[in-house]
Design a protein around this ligand. Structure first.
Ligand code: 9MR
Length: 673
């Protein structure tokens, strides 16, 4: 439905799909089976506590599409109930609606590279998730019991579970070195295996080569309090027969704090960036200290005319802004000075390359001009807070010149938007939407209901409340952005690789009906929007594509308001299953659904090259151009500088913003008949 609205301003008018009675099997399913406190992300690179944009830290690298050729088929195992009508949302709501104290405020001062709209920022307030904070009473209650996992085929009367010798909770003064030895034993003989859940930053986990392991850790001032350390012993014969123990470590302040070793401060790493001469440049510089104090920052060679201001919310971050007037290399010498001992310092050199404006000029027509002539949406995923990156100005210009469609990538994810009940952080999404408006780009809202990037309070919520939480979230996000954001990924990645339903927090509480409910709520809250189901590994033949088609068929049968399918398509440069993709697209078109290529990227793995990459980009574009129901060709980023698979250079511009063969291939193909 939205395509009509979009077409007038941005893109393609959908030719009616060749709807025919589906010959596909219905999904046969049984209802019985249905069943961080400061999360504003400042644009500081390589902070230990948060994954750097474009890195895979903290995320599972999903299987590359096309890699799995397994052919075991099991279609979804739950039913979608037909013709449901949603009850009204509760009044008063289950969690407080967004209030004025969540409203962003104008960001004043030299904080960003933005010039075409007013930047906003989140109000400064402490959002503290105290769930899980342990008290002295918890510690005094004594050690936690062992948790034993026994696989079905193991008989505990003949095979006893591994256990730990002499494991207790421990106390240590900050500054002292803690040694805990883990000795796993088994009454049946043999030496059990061992693995820890997580090791505290700065600690060692040593193998003693006698069947035991040791945790060696010198906690400092920031660690004062009580924390848990979980370790698992695995049976010598049955590795999935396991005993998990959690010990508590109480770190106490020493009588004389000056006994604690004072370690040097650090300046966090900042990557080399390519900049364009005469653009405003911002560098968010973070300093840190293992002792928890706040070091001071000095820039030994501050560029002429630069400003250096403290971050409005994070005392360890300073914001440098300057405008390079000449081309060449710019190096900044940064120095952090210890708050307690001014002689204790550490330094870092940050280097930028400044290119001439002419170095960013691309021959030929821009992709969005070529795409608009074919009524196609051509998109990219926009880096969270790009306007706070050193190269934000050139990033924004190239993106706006080349694309008429933009995915929110990380700006609308639940953990960022709504980290605590009733608390919302809108600034990043507001800024992206304003930017897109200023540059005449349609926004693709990604993603409402997913199993990842969820705040802790949602993961811990009662099953009985989840449907209401889900519906309230959808309603609030769409109430705010529904008019400005025409396309939404309503449900993301609900299927497993084998085509069955993923046992997500949504599925476990609502069964497969959560999908139908989410779409119905989305339609109620944003009646004009195009509503998509989005997933990976569904474009080529296999059990997951079959599962997706069966799911779409069952949603259609149930009258669920779904308008299309988003195909992620995270591919490798040797991908060649194009005929299968054409067939899947046709199956989806036959269900009267639109096709959005939503997250395309093409990784160059060992032995692969840019020419192969270009071919994959071009072939996928041809598939879209040849399929009337394909509305959008969207890439998951555009510069290799910022990609979730950065190490495989999967995008169409290189890290220096120079077009790659893939870019030229798209230009050429879009210009062809
Ligand atoms: O590109 C996103 C990356 O920056 C995030 O760290 C990651 C967190 O899960 O999500 C990435 O985007 C994913 C998208 O939201 C859903 N499909 C798969 C994408 C790549 O992981």
């Amino acid at each position: 439905m939205i395509i009509r609205t979009l077409a007038s301003s941005y893109g393609r008018v959908g030719a009616q799909g060749l709807f025919r009675e589906s010959l596909l099997a219905l999904c046969l399913i049984s209802l019985a089976a249905c069943g961080s406190s400061e999360s504003v992300v400042p644009a500081v690179e390589d902070q230990p506590t948060m994954p750097a944009e474009g890195s895979n830290v903290g995320q599972i690298d999903e299987p590359t599409e096309g890699a799995n050729t397994a052919d075991s088929i099991e279609t979804p195992t739950s039913d979608i109930t037909t013709s449901r009508v949603l009850s009204p949302l509760p009044n008063p709501p289950l969690t407080a609606a967004p209030a004025d104290d969540s409203e962003p405020i104008r960001a004043l001062g030299p904080l960003s590279t933005v010039s075409e709209f007013f930047l906003v920022r989140n109000p400064t307030r402490i959002l503290e998730d105290t769930y899980g904070t342990l008290t002295d009473a918890d510690f005094d209650a004594g050690p936690l019991p062992a948790v034993i996992s026994t696989p079905a085929h193991v008989d505990p009367t003949t095979n006893s579970a591994p256990y730990f010798d002499n494991l207790t909770d421990v106390e240590v003064f900050a500054g002292e070195e803690l040694h805990v030895r883990f000795r796993p034993l088994d009454a049946d003989g043999g030496i059990p295996g061992l693995f820890p859940a997580a090791i505290p930053a700065g600690a060692r986990y040593d193998d003693n080569f006698d069947g035991t392991r040791s945790l060696i850790w010198r906690p400092l001032q920031p660690h004062i309090g009580i924390r848990e350390f979980t370790i698992t012993a695995t049976d010598p014969v049955e590795p999935f027969y396991r005993t998990e123990r959690t010990i508590r470590i109480k770190v106490k302040p020493p009588a004389d704090p000056s006994d604690i070793i004072n370690l040097p401060p650090v300046v966090n790493q900042i990557r080399e960036h390519t900049l364009r001469v005469n653009d405003p440049v911002v560098v968010y510089i973070k300093v840190d200290d293992p002792n928890g104090t706040i070091p001071s920052l000095e820039i030994l060679n501050q560029p002429a005319g630069a400003t250096l201001v403290p971050h409005y919310a994070f005392p360890r971050i300073s914001i440098l802004r300057f405008v390079p007037r000449v081309t060449g290399a710019v190096s900044l010498n940064l120095l952090a000075r210890d708050a307690d001992d001014p002689t204790l310092t550490s330094s870092r050199v940050v280097t930028f390359e400044v290119l001439d404006e002419a170095d960013f000029i691309r021959p030929g027509a821009r992709l969005r001009e070529l795409a608009a002539a074919r009524d196609l949406l051509i998109g990219y995923a926009s880096l969270l807070g790009f306007y706070e990156r050193p190269d934000g100005a050139v990033y924004a210009d190239i993106a706006a010149e080349e694309f008429n469609f933009v995915s929110t990538e990380n700006s609308l994810k639940w953990d960022l938007l709504n980290p605590l009940p009733g608390q919302y952080q809108w600034a990043q999404a507001d800024n992206l939407v304003q930017h897109a408006k200023a540059r005449r780009q349609a926004v693709h809202g990604h993603t409402l209901i997913w199993h990842r990037q969820l705040p802790g309070w949602i993961k811990r919520s009662a099953f009985a409340d989840r449907e209401t939480h889900m519906r309230e979230f959808i309603d609030r996000i769409l109430t705010r952005y529904g008019k400005d954001v025409p396309v939404w990924d309503v449900v993301n990645e609900a299927l497993e690789e084998d085509g069955t339903f993923r046992h997500s927090i949504w599925f476990e509480a609502m069964g497969a009906n959560f999908i139908d409910t989410a779409f119905r709520q989305a339609r109620l809250s944003a009646p004009e929007a195009t509503l998509l189901y989005n997933d990976y590994d569904i474009s080529f033949a296999g059990p997951k594509a079959d599962g997706m088609v069966a799911l779409m068929q069952s949603l259609k049968d149930a009258g669920t308001p779904v308008d299309g399918v988003g195909f992620q398509m995270h591919l490798d440069a040797d991908f060649d299953r194009f005929a299968e993709v054409a067939e899947t697209f046709q199956q989806v078109a036959n269900l009267d659904l639109d096709i959005y290529i939503s997250e395309l990227d093409v990784s160059i793995r060992a032995g692969q090259n840019e020419a192969q990459q270009a071919r994959v980009y071009e072939q996928v574009l041809s598939l879209c151009l040849n399929q009337p129901r394909c509305k959008a060709y969207q890439i998951w980023g555009f510069t290799d500088m910022y990609s979730w698979r950065r190490e495989y250079n999967p995008l169409i511009f290189d890290r220096r913003y120079q077009p790659k063969p893939a870019y030229r291939a798209l230009q050429r193909r879009l210009a062809e008949n």
